[in-house]
Design a protein around this ligand. Structure first.
Ligand SMILES: Cc1ncc(COP(=O)(O)O)c(C=O)c1O
Length: 284
């Protein structure tokens, strides 16, 4: 693990030799943004979509993108090749750089850029058979959840609360509506229609989420991007969590109550297969 090759500020080096200053604003303030991109068959899934979201996050926090898309692609390709032929998850991390500790933006700092690629284990087949459990919690996060910010303390506290209750994920409620998970987007099936909240400042615009919306539309499955009340959410026939590393997970227990018949639903099965088929096109 420590000999794993990573990219830091223009250099490729073993993980245990990759060092940054304690004055890095990422360390001091959590002042930065990140991306996570899955790769199958040595190819990044939806690279352009991830690059666009990265650009949007950087613009929102006023950090100039330190690299072109071609340069990002080159780094990612090299780290994928170094890691091997397995499925991988690529992590990109950009901070505002090193400066004396002062809240205002420094005049002349250079962004810190860190990239690594790790083997992405397949989702445990058992989870796909049984589904997972989740709890609803108050969405205590800030008002720019659309930015993929590295400052994840609220998400961490929420996820840990869910884990402390013996469940896998916290599903968040803000002003009576369901927003998303601590590290996932959320879909429901309600009255036979697939629903997910619209993309606004209350949710991260998940790349997996967008792909599922696209797949549903392509295959004429009824889907709505619409606000979901806590009441509708808790009465849903199916609940799914989506993310780049977990793909689409069925939630079969919410707040200790069974979702639908307590088994992964038929609409989930259909969408899960369509997602797998889409992924497979990358391996060709
Ligand atoms: C808060 C939050 N929402 C949604 C997602 C899912 O986004 P993606 O599908 O791009 O992985 C994540 C991913 O980590 C997340 O942290």
């Amino acid at each position: 693990m420590s000999s794993q090759l990573v990219y830091l500020n223009g250099e490729y080096l073993p993980l245990n030799e990759a060092k940054i200053s304690v004055l890095d604003r990422g360390f001091i303030f959590g002042d930065g943004v990140y991306e996570v991109i899955p790769a199958y068959g040595s190819k990044a899934l939806r690279f352009e979509h991830h690059m666009q979201r990265l650009q949007n996050s950087l613009d929102a926090v006023r950090i100039t993108n330190p690299l072109s898309n071609a340069q990002w692609q080159e780094i990612i390709d090299k780290l994928i090749a170094e890691t091997g032929p397995q499925d991988q998850s690529i992590y990109l991390h950009i901070t505002r750089g090193v400066a004396s500790r002062d809240h205002r933006f420094p005049d002349d700092s250079k962004p810190t850029v860190f990239v690594m690629s790790n083997i992405l284990p397949a989702v445990e087949p058992e989870l796909l058979k049984t589904g997972i459990s989740a709890v609803t919690l108050d969405d205590i996060r800030w008002q720019y959840c659309n930015i993929k910010a590295i400052a994840l303390l609220p998400n961490i506290l929420l996820r840990q609360q869910a884990v402390d209750k013996g469940t896998a994920e916290a599903i968040l409620i803000r002003n009576g509506s369901m927003t998303e998970g601590a590290a996932s987007n959320v879909f429901i099936v309600s009255g036979g229609i697939i629903k997910t909240p619209p993309k606004d400042q209350q949710v991260l615009p998940g790349i997996t989420r967008d792909l599922i919306v696209e797949l549903a539309k392509t295959h004429n499955m009824p889907i709505e991007e619409i606000s979901i009340s806590e009441k509708e959410f808790l009465a849903a026939e199916e609940i799914w969590l989506t993310s780049s590393t977990k793909e689409i997970l069925p939630v079969t227990q919410i707040n200790e109550q069974q979702v639908g018949n307590g088994k992964p639903g038929v609409v989930w099965q259909d969408m899960y297969q369509k997602y797998q088929d889409y992924k497979e096109t990358l391996r060709k």
